[in-house]
Design a protein around this ligand. Sequence first.
Ligand code: PEP
Ligand code: MN
Length: 357
Amino acid sequence: MKESILFKKSTEKSPFLIAGPCSAETEEQVVETAIRLKATGKIDLLRAGIWKPRTRPNSFEGVGEVGLPWLTKAKEITGLKTCVEVANSKHAELAMKHGVDVLWVGARTTVNPFSVQDIADAVTGVDIPIMVKNPINPDLALWLGGIERFEKAGITQLAGIHRGFSDYSQSIYRNKPLWQLPIEMRRLRPDIPLINDPSHICGRRDLLLRVAQKAMDLNFDGLMVESHITPDEAWSDAAQQIVPEVYAELIDSLVLRERNFTTPGYEQSILQWRTEIDAIDAQLFSLLSDRMKVVKQIGQFKKTEGITILQNERWNRIFSESLKKAEKYGLSSEFITNYLRAVHDESIDNQEGIMNS
Ligand code: PEP
Ligand code: MN
C-alpha cells in the first residue's frame, strides 16, 4: 500500500495545504519560496508550474525540464513533497523521472479527453497521486471523466481541484467559482477529496480569503494557493500571488468549523426551521405551477393570433422591474437574474410545446 498523500478530511478540521509559486522561474526562487513556506508550518505539498499552458501565446510558457531539479533541491532542503502540472505523457514521464510526488492536470488539459488519456496511459502501473482541475468550461462530465480515466489507469489517490470557470459575463472573479459544480461533484463522488484553488478563481489577492473561507464552509478538504517571494515581479499570475508570510496569515485567518453538529438535541432545534423551509418550497412550487398554467394560456393566445413567443419589450420590462423589486426584498440581483432566466426559459419551452403541437 502506497503512503497516502492526498487525504480526505473527515473529523480533522484543518485543510490539506498546497502552496508554491505559479511558475518555477529560477532555482533560487523555487528554493527560497519552499524554505519560507516550510517555515510557516502551514504546508503539506509544494507546487510549482514547470510547463505553463497559457490561453494566449507570447506569455511566459514555463522553464521546462530544467526546472525539475530545482524542485528536487527544494525537497531535499525542506522535506516537502512536490507537485507539478502535466499536460501530456512526456511531461508526466519527465516529472516522475525527477521524483515529483504528485501530478496535477490543469484546467486547459481536463477539457481534452485525448490529452487526459495520454497522461493516464503514461501513469498506468505507477500509481502516483493525481489531482484533476476542473475544466475551464462549466462541464461536470468532463471533470468526472478526467477522474475516471485515472481510476481506469489504476490510480488510487485522486483529488479534484476547483479553480473556477471562465465565461463571457462580467465578474469580479478571474474564473467564476460556480460553487454548485463542486457541490454536485461532491454529491456524485463523495469519495474524492476536493481542493479549492482560490488563486485562479480570484485572480487578485484581496479576494483570496473570502473564497478560501467559503471553500472551508463548504467542506472542501484542502486548498492550493499560489505563493511567490516577490509576487509583483512574478513571471506569471503576478496579481494573485502572495508572499509566504502573507499566505500564513491567510491560513491563520480561516475560521475552521466542525463538519457535523455535535450539540445534543441539535436535530430538534433545527427541525422546526427545516420544516418551515420545506413548507415554503412547497408553496413556491405551487405558485410556479400556477404561473406556468397562465403562461400556457398565453401560448394558446399567441398561437391563435399568429405572433412569436419572444416579446422583447415585455421581457425587458419584467427583467428590469423584477430587479427593482428584488432589491426591496433583499434578494441579490445575481440570484434574481438566474431565477428570471430559468423561469423565462421554462415559459418559452412551455409555449413552444403548445404553439408547435
Ligand atoms: C496553475 O495552477 O498555475 C494553472 C495554470 O492553473 P489552471 O490550470 O487552473 O489555469
Ligand atoms: Mn497560476
